[in-house]
Design a protein around this ligand. Structure first.
Ligand code: G6P
Length: 611
């Protein structure tokens, strides 16, 4: 989604702005631009549709530079992805604005401002902000006061930054529904929609809260809260290493992140496992008392995180004896829900900033849930800050748009949750608990063994390169794994892929099966294996080609029409985590063969901060 970077310094800040934009590229965008105040105090703007590299090239051909500026990558919502609609937007050559989010009342504001003589040059909702601000600045003479007055008239979501020739020493910022962070330097300060954009210049950050307005100058930062009262936000030192921004030996971030899974799963387990149980403090000090009261679980998430929730439902019901519902956040937030007593409300999110998931959490607060728990990868995110309990997944920054290591660590977190709930409620058999804790300890090694199957998976991928459609089948907790496999394939290779519970095959999708429709199946050696084998026969009998990821002892053989990838043996309960890995690799290799943009697939965004 859109990204914001801003800087005020004593040095030329264009390189900082560009580097920041590059670091945000992974989020997905279709145009980029920047505006600076030059040595003469004039506003200079440069925009390009396409990649940041094009903006960089254009910048090289100009003299454009300055000590204060804002920059943006745009992911089109209102108006086509072209230069005219790219940010920053200007008003009267004296104000420039960059904006993430959506202004819902933009049509009414546009009509009013046009009637008052403001001239619009784009199709965006953002442009109303800059003209509205100019109107307020003319009336009030101060940028902070103008912004405070303007935001009162904006409905919707925004993270925005403003600069003006009238007060050329400051950047103004406002946050409501779209995150912003201020980076603190020595004699210079910065602003971004994600701290990742600023890690080359600082590791100290102030996180703006909902409704905050900030004034950022070279040597001072002032913040007002939603009521207009001056507030202090505590600086946070960010410790994550520089690992994220570098692909290392790997061709793509996605491949690097797939291979990081043994390491990050290990990290996700650290300090959370005792000798034969999940440590009670893994979910925070008040968790044990709260968990004892839980009688139902409601999980809400989007995309890949939703699939993690789907797996958790099987675990929570089977191991913790808890009724569990799972729903995508965009549906949940607009539905009138009946809340069962003592229901734990669980959100799952890599970014912690997904607009629908956050909105669902906010709705849930008023709906009478027992407590909220966020399973999240970003400790400083809105979701974490607004939840009662948190489990950080410790996957480290994930750059590839298609989520991989974030998913497997979410599954680990959800299994820890299941075991903790099962223990405090006394529903989990002690022997099984010990076995699962032991299996969790061995999981990083097992994941390494699954990664070692890569050459075979690469071979198998060649069978896909020319295909247009695929079916993914799984049974039980492997059904969500099949859903995640299908999502990965469509996200990065653009092959149409659909997942079905294998038992549903003959209720419709079997009609599609022929030699042009490969069928991918995950088949651990569990109690559903024999039933799954019958489903596979149904496919073969119709000439369908099978790609089967099966336990090495499953009794399925490579042969005519069946490509087999033999998987290491794993305990049933943990099998969704393990079987996810070869499906990630399969999608990756298919995408590489098809020549798509693996890390930044078309039309998609890493963090969906608008509805
Ligand atoms: C986007 C990303 C997906 C992600 C989903 C939910 O669609 O492209 O990879 O699964 O958002 O994001 P979250 O940060 O809430 O897990």
């Amino acid at each position: 989604m859109c990204g914001i970077v801003g800087a005020v310094a004593e040095r030329n800040i264009t390189a900082i702005l560009l580097e920041g934009l590059k670091r945000l590229e992974y989020r997905g965008y279709d145009s980029a631009g920047l505006a600076v105040l030059d040595a003469a105090g004039q506003l200079q703007r440069l925009r390009r549709s396409g990649k940041v590299a094009e903006l960089e090239q254009a910048l090289r051909e100009t003299e454009l530079g300055g000590r204060l500026g804002i920059a943006h990558t745009r992911w089109a919502t209102h108006g086509a992805p072209c230069e005219r609609n790219a940010h920053p937007h200007l008003s009267g050559n004296e104000l420039a604005v960059v904006h993430n989010g959506i202004i819902e009342n933009h049509e009414a504001l546009r009509r009013r401002l046009q009637a008052e003589g403001y001239e619009f040059t784009s199709d965006t909702d953002t442009e109303v902000i800059v003209h509205l601000l100019r109107q307020k600045l003319d009336a009030l003479g101060d940028l902070a006061a103008a912004l405070q007055a303007a935001v009162k008239e904006l409905h919707g979501a925004y993270g925005l930054a403003v600069i003006s020739t009238r007060q050329p020493d400051r950047i103004l910022a406002a946050r409501s529904g779209s995150p912003l962070v201020i980076g603190l330097g020595l004699g210079e300060n910065f602003l971004a929609s994600d701290q990742l954009a600023l890690r080359q210049v600082t590791d100290r950050f102030l996180y703006l809260e909902e409704g905050d307005i900030a004034e950022i100058r070279r040597d001072a930062v002032r913040i007002w809260d939603v009521t207009g009262v001056p507030v202090q936000r505590e600086p946070v030192q960010y410790h994550e290493g520089a690992e994220a921004a570098d692909k290392g030996e790997f061709r793509h971030f996605m491949l690097k992140e797939i291979h990081e899974q043994p390491k990050v799963v290990q990290r996700a387990l650290e300090n959370r496992l005792g000798a034969d149980q999940v440590l009670p403090q893994a979910f925070g000090p008040q968790a044990a008392e709260l968990f004892a009261r839980v009688r139902n679980v409601q999980i809400v998430a989007c995309g890949t995180s939703y699939h993690a929730g789907m797996v958790a439902r099987y675990w929570l019901e089977a191991l913790a004896g808890l009724p569990c519902q799972v729903e995508v956040a965009s549906e949940f937030r607009y539905r009138k829900v009946v809340v069962q007593p003592d229901t734990l409300f669980v959100t799952i999110s890599q970014s912690g900033e997904t607009a629908d998931t956050l909105a669902a959490l906010r709705n849930a607060k008023a709906a009478g849930y027992l407590a909220s728990l966020a399973i999240c990868n970003v400790g400083t995110s809105s979701l974490v800050r607004e939840s009662d309990l948190t489990l950080l997944t410790q996957a480290g920054p994930e750059i590839g748009v298609a989520s991989t290591k974030a998913f497997t660590t979410q599954l680990v977190g959800l299994l820890l949750l299941t075991l903790s709930l099962g223990r405090v409620r006394g529903t989990l058999d002690g022997e099984l608990e010990r076995t699962l804790v032991e299996e969790l300890r061995r999981l990083p090694t097992r994941l390494g063994e699954a990664l070692a199957m890569d050459p075979r998976i690469e071979e198998v991928a060649e069978h896909f390169a020319e295909k247009q459609h695929t079916l993914f089948l799984g049974r039980g907790e492997q059904y969500p794994v099949a859903m995640e496999g299908a999502l990965k394939l469509k996200e990065i290779s653009y092959i149409h892929a659909e997942a079905y519970p294998a038992g549903e095959l003959k209720h419709g999708p079997l009609a599609l099966v022929d030699a042009h429709m490969p069928v991918v199946t995950v088949a651990p050696n569990n109690e559903l294996l024999e039933k799954l084998k019958s489903n596979l026969q149904e496919v073969r009998a119709r000439g369908g080609e099978l790609i089967v990821f099966a336990d090495r002892e499953a009794g399925i053989e490579n042969g005519e029409g069946t490509l087999l990838v033999k998987m290491p043996h794993i305990h049933d309960v943990l099998s969704p985590i393990l079987y996810t890995v070869p499906l990630q690799l399969l999608s990756y290799h298919v995408a590489v063969l098809r020549g798509t943009d693996v890390d930044q697939p078309r039309n998609l965004a890493k963090s969906v901060t608008v509805e």
